[in-house]
Design a protein. Structure first.
Length: 273
């Protein structure tokens, strides 16, 4: 298998070298013939070499464009340019061989002179078509990377495998409550205690009735400062009872009966004395 691949590689290189050699030789012969043809068409000798450059250059551009736009719609245009350029080169070489050393008739000289401007127009249009095709062509996608082969991992036995830790419960974050003015909250609570309705409280505080209701209903939320608790009275140590004073026993008092008052009797005069 290796010997066959080596032979195929060598054959390809030999074919490339042969084609390059034949191309260089054919270009040299065609260049010389077309240059003589330009001189036969009354072109100045010092500028005659430009005519084969124009013809062969158009053929080379059409060939390269066909290779680049192998699947584009512009390929037909370049195929036509290649065929026309090849015909001009073949006919020119044939006319040079048939009429060597003689001047071309006026109509043939006119055709030779018209080749240069026509080739300029064709080559310019072909360049514009190449630019349009390059902008229209999608960017080739990068080759997908081969997927790695799966690796088999032996599962541990239930006795050896540790128990998975329980997933932590998601922590719910409370939305920050809207900040309330403590003075408005205190005023709303005071007005509600006096029997004022919520619409009137809202109008007095410049808020909506629902906000006034929230002020009263949620007066003890974390946003409203709660009143400080009254300090607990410090325990007072109980004093020991004072001993009763020692007193002498009280003797019972005997009531004294009042003596009747005896009024002395005055002597009464007896009548007739």
């Amino acid at each position: 298998m290796s010997e066959r691949s080596t032979a195929m590689r060598a054959a390809r290189w030999v074919a490339v070298l042969v084609i390059v050699t034949i191309g260089v030789a054919a270009f040299a012969l065609s260049f010389a013939a077309l240059k003589e043809l330009a001189i036969m068409a009354r072109t100045p000798a010092e500028l005659a070499w430009l005519w084969p450059v124009i013809v062969d250059g158009t053929i080379i551009q059409a060939t390269i464009s066909m290779l680049v736009l192998a699947s584009g719609p512009e390929r037909r245009w370049f195929l036509g340019v290649l065929v026309c350029g090849a015909l001009v080169s073949v006919v020119g070489n044939s006319v040079h061989a048939a009429m060597a050393g003689e001047h071309l008739p006026w109509w043939a000289a006119a055709l030779v002179a018209a080749v240069a401007p026509v080739s300029l127009l064709v080559d310019t249009h072909g360049l514009a078509m190449l630019f349009r095709a390059s902008n229209r062509e999608p960017i080739p996608q990068a080759a997908a990377e081969p997927e790695p082969s799966p690796v088999t991992v032996s599962e541990p036995t239930p006795a050896d495998s540790p128990r998975p830790a329980p997933a932590p419960a998601p922590v719910r974050r409370r939305k920050p409550a809207a900040r309330r003015d403590p003075a408005k909250v205190a005023r709303a609570i005071e007005m509600h205690a006096d029997g004022v309705k919520f619409p009137e409280i809202a109008a007095a505080l410049g808020v909506s009735p629902s906000t006034a209701r929230n002020y009263v209903g949620k007066a003890k939320t974390p946003d409203t400062p709660a009143p400080a608790p009254a300090p607990a009275p410090s325990p007072v140590p109980e004093s020991a009872p004072a001993p009763a004073p020692l007193t002498a026993p009280v003797r019972p008092v005997i009531p004294v009966r009042p003596r009747p008052v005896v009024q002395p009797m005055l002597p009464l005069a007896v009548g007739g004395a």
